[in-house]
Design a protein around this ligand. Structure first.
Ligand SMILES: Nc1ncnc2c1ncn2[C@@H]1O[C@H](COP(=O)(O)OP(=O)(O)OP(=O)(O)O)[C@@H](O)[C@H]1O
Length: 992
């Protein structure tokens, strides 16, 4: 053992009563031999010293970055506390989903969470698993994409203990898959427009699939201590797709409805919801007709358990259930017939069975019996006879003998349970008729499917009975499938593909399964069946036989006789050892209805009762109660199977009833056969606390579930093997965008698939240890595909960006051209406007000048005239003198050109014909202003529009002009009158 692994500062997990606490190494020194002496401090600051080696030393903690990794398979230290802390810290951040290799862990939030909004649904469409946060929708999308890829059937297995959230998760998965948008949108073709229409109303099929929920929940769910809406049966819903991958229908299969609940409930639990809903929701007239009352406490089958959840919610749910029945085609009349059977069961439970001295007795006019028989269409006296008596058939004769009251009660209850189970089976058949068409047409049209299995998780209580035995048997088989799927098949493939691979050990649970189901030598179920058929069979003799036949060295690892419990046996399950109490095993396994009662019921006067029994007893291989249409083609889709409640020797005649254990075994077998044909996706639901409190996390409880669901083992298997394998061609086609665009198509043309694979992996800089080439396939370790997918989407996004950029450049070019045209046009028009103003000013000034000249001339003439009249010479000013001598303007004329003048508006312009008003420039340089004014006046004079480029009116900046017409002070935006400011439209990638 090296000290560097535990250098000071190393983060570790320390054992505590509540599991583990985080801690840190203070110091590490060598002890004797291989051992280390560690001084540690836990998170509460308490110090402790540990001396030892190997497993005695604390487990290592992951770096903070990985501590809440969204895939547990990426944890660098993969141990129980790391896994637990990762799930816990994510849950604390309100992240309820975490990947664990190929499994999605879902921790129940116990309150509505904003994780299933239409926006979130949209964001998962067409996205690869791992691209976004872990989510149920990612698994559903993965299954859908896998189905699109090769048309293979898919199954999403949702498991977990009661109340962990299986049913809710399964519903969400189905809602996602059945959504019309998911079906029309492939991973490669998603557009924003597509995504936006996702939330458009549900399709008809989706409505029908959703309608199954209130029905199955009303008839198959009940309030238990662990869950107010606990499903008391397992179900497999198969969504069927046609060649265009459009959903065409669905099929529902159910497993092992809990029958005992009908006649008995614990004080804190309830019977099936439907009974309370019936009492709360039926109008009083109907209640009266059925002999019911809104106070359900008068019925023995309803008053043993705890209070109703809420009368209001029962009433609402009843109406929702009635609507759902209508959607699947069960009209009001048929509904009333169903309610009659249900009330018959409640009345059956109220039949008063008394104990006479030795025998059981029932009053001939017992009102409950009369009502029940009326609704069931059975003769009351015959019913009474066979409830308090039994008939034993020997070789030579039939002997009828009385039974005791408790035995008669058992007979009565077994009949109720049997009828209820038949009704449930009939309903499932009716649902299937609605979802697949009368003759299973949808199933016949279907090409492929996605199934969602919502099944009870591993159970272990203080007292475990026959139900736990069956549930754990189912989980053993599912775990075996999981191991086979992830591991065994993987290894077989490695061998077939000749890749170098070292076989790693894994806990194969086949011996446990053999112990439970084997026929030869007989396993537990076979021994139970054998004992159940013996008239004198008992729980004690069953246990004796178990111990005699199974407590052998060969079974040492899987079968144990508990030391302290004498009426029990222990099985070493893959999750943990569970001790089962044998009491009640035989009775529950038999769950028999006396032959006489069966005959009475199958020949009932009530046609609907006959139909219900007939459907449940005889329909083993068809979808509907109707005879199959001769024209209906055979479905390609494997059927998860429904085993009849009875094996018959003929319709409605002698019925040999199989035991519950054998029914369950056979339906599980069919289910497993079907799972083997599909790609399987796993969702493990976890229950964070027993009190159903939101966001409360009890580490030890979750740890037990993590162990039971085999999460650690899963991670080990996933990370050890090559979970992804692709045919060279499939891989090449998918990742072709990664390689050089000149080389790629050439290689495709020459079908050099392997070469393309090599180039793709080189592009992704994938380490050699992370992949291997087989004969026909490439094998990849976990994470490689995610890297390549990331690169691929980066490349595809880059192409998209390039296109966007080019479109932008072209749009800008067009815009600039447009801008120039606008500016040119504006220059032209402004130039023209200024020239016009200029001409007007000039004309005005000229007129004024001429007027002044004329007035001066007139004045001079007047002065001359005056002088002449007066006969003397008129004195002139020096300026006037100059003017006279030089022929140039006088003082006043010069003043007209003075830019220093305050009176700018009186700016005078020179006469183009060499007016005598020209300033006297000879002998001095003109001032700059004078020169500019002269230039200005000359250029403007020509009125040549082609010279607008040299116009004195110029733009100061592309979008601002100063104009002479506005005194040069007002600045006008160029585009204001001609165009809007350019704006970027992201959807068209154009400037507008
Ligand atoms: N994703 C979720 N968001 C919010 N609440 C949830 C979610 N999943 C489960 N819940 C809550 O947990 C309760 C129990 O869930 P659900 O009925 O699905 O458990 P389950 O595992 O199917 O139990 P059972 O095996 O007894 O049928 C639900 O009624 C609901 O209140």
């Amino acid at each position: 053992m090296t000290t560097s692994l535990y250098s000071p500062g190393t983060r570790v997990y320390l054992d505590s009563n509540d599991g583990w606490v985080p801690g840190e190494v203070i110091s590490c020194t060598r002890g004797s031999g291989d051992s280390l002496v560690l001084v540690l401090k836990d998170e509460n600051g308490q110090e402790r010293t540990i001396t030892g080696s190997g497993s005695a030393l604390p487990l290592l903690r992951n770096p903070p970055l990985l501590e809440s990794a969204d895939d547990l398979a990426t944890l660098s230290h993969l141990n129980e506390p790391s896994v637990l802390f990762a799930v816990q810290s994510r849950y604390a951040q309100r992240k309820i989903y975490t990947y664990s290799g190929i499994v999605l862990l879902a921790v129940n939030p116990f309150e509505p969470v904003p994780l299933y909004t239409p926006d979130i649904v949209k964001s998962y469409i067409g996205r690869n698993k791992g691209e976004l946060e872990p989510h149920l929708f990612a698994i559903a999308e993965d299954a859908y994409a896998a189905m699109l890829l090769d048309g293979r059937g898919q199954t999403v297995i949702v498991s977990g203990e009661s109340g962990a959230g299986k049913t809710e998760s399964a519903k969400l998965v189905m809602r996602f898959i059945a959504s019309p948008k998911v079906q029309t949108t492939t991973a490669l073709q998603t557009t924003d427009a597509d995504k936006n229409s996702f939330v458009d109303g549900a399709s008809l099929v989706e409505q029908q699939i959703q309608a199954t929920n209130p029905i199955l929940e009303a008839f198959g769910n009940a309030k238990t201590t662990r869950n107010d809406n606990s499903s008391r049966f397992g179900k497999y819903i198969q969504l069927l797709f046609d060649t265009n991958r459009q959903i065409v229908g669905a099929r529902v299969r159910t497993y092992l409805l809990e029958r005992s609940r009908l006649s008995y409930q614990a004080t804190t639990e309830r019977n099936y919801h439907i009974f309370y809903q019936l009492c709360a929701g039926l109008p009083s007239q109907d209640l009266q007709e059925l002999g019911l009352d809104s106070d359900y406490n008068q019925f023995h089958y309803l008053n043993q358990g705890g209070p109703s959840t809420s009368e209001m919610s029962d009433r609402d749910k009843f109406h929702a259930m009635q609507d759902a029945l209508r959607i699947i085609g069960i009209d009001a009349q048929r509904q009333m017939q169903i309610f009659q059977i249900l009330s018959a069961l409640l009345h059956l439970g109220n039949i008063n069975i008394t104990q006479t001295r030795t025998d059981a007795g029932i009053d001939d006019d017992d009102p409950a019996m009369a009502r029940a028989m009326e609704f069931l269409g059975v003769d009351a006296s015959e019913f009474k006879k066979w409830t308090i008596k039994k008939q034993i058939t020997t070789r030579s004769e039939k002997i009828v003998s009385p039974i005791t009251a408790p035995q008669a009660v058992q007979v009565r209850d077994s009949i109720s349970r049997f009828i209820y189970t038949c009704l449930f089976e009939w309903l499932v058949t009716a649902i299937n008729v609605s979802l697949t068409g009368k003759y299973g047409d949808a199933a016949a049209r279907a090409e492929t499917y996605i199934g969602v299995l919502d099944i009870y998780g591993f159970e272990h209580f203080d007292k475990n009975s026959f139900e736990q035995f069956c549930i754990n048997y189912a989980n053993e088989r599912l775990q075996h499938e999981f191991n086979t799927y992830v591991f065994k098949l993987a290894q077989e493939d490695y061998v077939k593909e000749k890749i170098s691979w070292t076989f790693i050990d894994f806990d194969d649970n086949q011996p446990t399964i053999d112990l439970m189901e084997s026929k030869v030598p007989p396993g537990i179920l076979a021994i139970l069946d054998e004992e159940s058929r013996l008239p004198l069979g008992s729980d004690a003799s069953f246990l004796q036989k178990l111990n005699a036949q199974l407590d052998k060295p060969a079974n040492k690892a899987v079968y144990k006789m508990p030391k302290f419990a004498n009426a029990a046996f222990t099985i070493a399950h893959y999750a943990l050892d569970v001790t089962y109490q044998v009491e009640g095993f035989l009775e529950k396994n038999r769950d028999t209805v006396p032959e006489e009662h069966l005959t009475l019921l199958t020949s009932s006067e009530n046609a609907f009762v006959r139909e219900v029994l007939d459907t449940a007893l005889h329909r083993t291989d068809t979808e509907s109660a109707e005879p199959p249409s001769p024209a209906s083609p055979v479905s390609k889709i494997p059927d998860p199977g429904r085993t009849s409640l009875a094996a018959t020797t003929g319709r409605g005649t002698s019925v040999k009833k199989p035991t519950l254990g054998s029914i369950f075994k056979s339906s599980l077998g069919t289910l497993m056969d079907m799972l083997r044909m599909t790609n399987v996706h796993y969702i493990r639901c976890l229950k964070p606390n027993e009190h159903k409190r939101a966001w409360e996390f009890e580490p030890l409880q979750v740890l037990a579930q993590l162990r039971a669901s085999g999460v650690i083992e899963t991670i080990r298997i996933s990370t050890a093997g090559y979970p992804s394998r692709w045919k060279f061609e499939d891989f090449s086609r998918r990742y072709l965008p990664l390689i050089n665009w000149r080389e790629g198509p050439q290689l495709v043309k020459r079908e050099q698939w392997k070469r393309i694979c090599v180039l793709c992996l080189q592009k992704g800089k994938i380490d050699k240890s992370l992949f291997q080439f087989g004969e026909t396939k490439i094998f990849l370790r976990t994470g490689v595909l995610a890297t390549l997918e990331g690169l691929r989407s980066t490349k595809l996004n880059a192409i998209l960006s390039l296109q966007t950029h080019m479109r932008r450049v072209l749009a800008i070019r067009k815009l600039r051209h447009f801008q120039r045209s606008v500016v040119g046009m504006q220059s032209h028009w402004r130039g023209a406007a200024v020239r016009k103003t200029f001409r007007q000013t000039r004309d005005k000034v000229r007129k004024e000048a001429e007027a002044a000249k004329a007035s001066k001339a007139a004045k001079l003439a007047a002065d001359k005239e005056k002088s002449r009249v007066m006969g003397r010479k008129t004195p002139t000013s020096p300026g006037d003198k100059d003017a006279v001598e030089n022929g140039s303007p006088g003082k006043k004329g010069r003043k007209l050109f003075s830019f220093g003048s305050k009176d700018r508006s009186s700016l005078a312009l020179p006469d183009q014909r060499g007016s005598s008003l020209d300033p006297p420039l000879i002998g001095r340089r003109p001032s700059k202003l004078e020169a500019a004014a002269k230039r200005l006046s000359r250029r403007s004079w020509y009125e040549d529009t082609s010279s607008r480029a040299k116009s004195p009116i110029r733009a100061k900046s592309p979008n601002v002009l100063s104009t002479a017409s506005t005194g040069g002070s007002q600045q006008l935006p160029i585009y204001d009158r001609f165009m809007k400011k350019p704006a970027w439209n992201s959807s068209t990638n154009l400037l507008h």
